[in-house]
Design a protein around this ligand. Structure first.
Ligand SMILES: [Zn+2]
Length: 129
């Protein structure tokens, strides 16, 4: 039997609005980052052939942007998964243990897909790895 969350429709509606707003914002941020990436912007580099040092700082800038982009893309993925879960009626259920996630936690972080217990267990595992 599929567990369904006991969250109120009004609560879900509010979460959904926030997720949709986040989604739009994240997509814009990712686009903006792509524009900032000096290696992805041929117009900027075509102005002058960069000296070695300039090229290396461009490379570093590009790496930093790639890192930032990764974080944003992960967040966007979580946002989309949360929205999907709202549609499926499984939102608010921990994807690890199947227990309901604390509403206060969902309010603070609508993208939360696992409960606090699982989250802290997982992050501990990551730290020790
Ligand atoms: Zn859990």
């Amino acid at each position: 039997m599929v567990k369904s969350s006991s969250l109120k429709p009004e609560f879900l509606e509010e979460i959904k609005k926030r997720l949709l707003a986040d989604k739009t914002e994240l997509a814009q941020d990712i686009e903006r980052l792509a524009d900032e990436d000096p290696l992805m912007n041929p117009e900027r580099t075509a102005e002058s052939v960069p000296e070695f040092e300039e090229a290396s700082s461009q490379m570093q800038g590009s790496e930093r942007i790639a890192e930032e982009k990764k974080v944003l893309e992960k967040r966007l993925e979580e946002t989309e998964e949360s929205l999907k879960r709202i549609e499926e009626g499984s939102y608010g259920i921990c994807k690890n243990c199947g227990n309901p996630i604390d509403q206060a936690r969902l309010k603070a972080n609508p993208q939360a897909l696992s409960c606090l217990d699982c989250k802290s267990r997982l992050s501990q595992k990551q730290e020790s790895a």
